[in-house]
Design a protein around this ligand. Structure first.
Ligand SMILES: [Mn+2]
Length: 413
């Protein structure tokens, strides 16, 4: 019986593409070690990676390509390192070779530790940001594909871009350093004589749809690259944007999207891509939904309605963010919401409604008009999701007076 997955995918790809000699799985943005608000995602990430290894085995995947942001942080927690170690073992045991590149969240140096030894064990980590990429030819069942994997290049620390045609220096932008790296990869492909090529990169391609998870690359202008830098490659496996999407209409350049939803703006289905290379060309690309992980939802309404509306039962297993529209401050809203929605992790008052300090709308008090003391109290209230007590007020007043006195002394010196 074929292995079935929710979302309409019934494992039918193998039947259609049975003749395909090289099957590649494109994934990215695992962000191992990431928390959702303050909640651990370790169990969800482990489950998603186990599902991935199961898919590799069921679909006969030869090569898994993870296009950056493997870890969530340059200094990952021990649990995250264990998770990656276990995932790589599971993918290898399922029969795949693995390609990794660091993204902007990873430390290239740390992810690249032991890369030469890892390669002997079937895990290729392309993390050397100091020199142009060299194509690596992967072979399975008589078909070949040349991989040009470019680690995320920070324009400020990567080798400077080559001078322009007029000999003038080019600005240090992500566009320039990535274009140079890919151009080097492209010319190194030429002697291979028409082997199908796959580029791997971590970048924000202009015109793609973002979410709230990608702020570090300064999405929205300076760091965007033009899709033309990927000209000439048969498939481009991208990481960075968390929403699965193709760039342009052919599906040749695509983001697989992240492993799990990592922010409330990611209320779409997560997926991975299967790429088949056969007879010297890309023979097909398919999207496989990821049936693991908690979906996200933002609910807006009055606290009483949110606690009772039976239509909201479908969100009991979601990560829930709440925007309250009550006109008055509610008592312990988070605690009450959690009694119904166990995975509620964020509650705010909708703009223009009661805020948590004294029931005054935020618009009434612009930042300039508020005293430092009010700002600290508002911050405390938001952090703890309850109004400050008299003791809090007294402590803040005392601390402020002390700080102002100290600042006065400092200014006099
Ligand atoms: Mn990224």
């Amino acid at each position: 019986m074929p292995r079935t997955f929710p979302g309409g995918y019934a494992g039918g790809v193998a039947a259609v593409w049975h003749a395909a000699p090289v099957r590649i799985l494109h994934t990215s943005d695992w962000h191992l070690g990431r928390r959702f608000e303050r909640e651990s995602l370790e169990a969800d990430q482990r489950a998603a990676l186990e599902w991935l290894a199961g898919l590799v085995e069921a679909e006969g995947v030869d090569l898994v390509v993870a296009a950056g942001d493997i870890y969530d942080r340059a200094l990952p927690a021990e649990e995250a390192v264990t998770l990656l170690d276990d995932a790589l073992d599971a993918l290898r045991a399922a029969g795949a070779t693995v390609v990794l590149i660091p993204g902007n969240h990873d430390s290239a140096r740390r992810l690249g530790f032991g890369a030469r030894r890892q390669a002997l064990g079937g895990v290729r980590v392309f993390a050397d940001v100091s020199r142009p990429p060299e194509p690596w030819v992967f072979e399975a069942g008589g078909d070949r594909v040349a991989i040009v994997a470019v680690p995320f290049l920070d324009p400020l620390t990567a080798p400077p871009p080559a001078p322009g045609p007029d000999g003038a220096p080019r600005p240090r932008t992500h566009q320039a350093v990535l274009a140079d790296a890919l151009a080097a990869g492209r010319s190194a492909l030429e002697p291979l004589g028409g082997v199908p090529s796959l580029a791997v990169a971590h970048a924000f391609v202009a015109g793609s749809a973002t979410s709230d998870s990608e702020k570090l690359l300064a999405v929205g202008g300076a760091d965007a690259v033009d899709a033309s830098v990927f000209d000439g490659f048969d498939y481009v496996a991208l990481g960075h944007l968390h929403r699965p999407q193709a760039v342009g209409e052919t599906g040749r350049i695509a983001y697989s999207g992240s492993l799990l939803p990592y922010s409330f703006s990611e209320d779409h289905t997560k997926s991975v891509r299967l790429i088949d290379v056969a007879g010297g060309a890309v023979a097909g690309v398919d999207e496989v939904p990821i049936p693991v992980g908690r979906p996200v939802v933002t609910l807006e309404g009055r606290l009483g309605e949110l606690l009772e509306d039976p239509h909201l039962d479908v969100y009991l297993d979601h990560w829930v963010a709440v925007r309250l529209t009550d006109d008055t401050v509610q008592v312990q809203p988070m605690e009450r919401l959690r009694s119904r929605f166990p995975y509620a992790v964020s509650v705010r008052y909708a703009p223009g409604r009661a805020n948590l300090v004294g029931g005054r709308a935020p618009e009434d008090a612009s930042l300039e008009a508020r005293s430092p003391e009010e700002m600290v109290l508002a911050f405390l209230a938001e952090l703890r999701e309850q109004p400050p007590s008299d003791v809090d007020r007294a402590l803040v007043a005392e601390a402020m007076a002390g700080a102002l006195a100290a600042a006065g002394e400092g200014a006099a010196q």
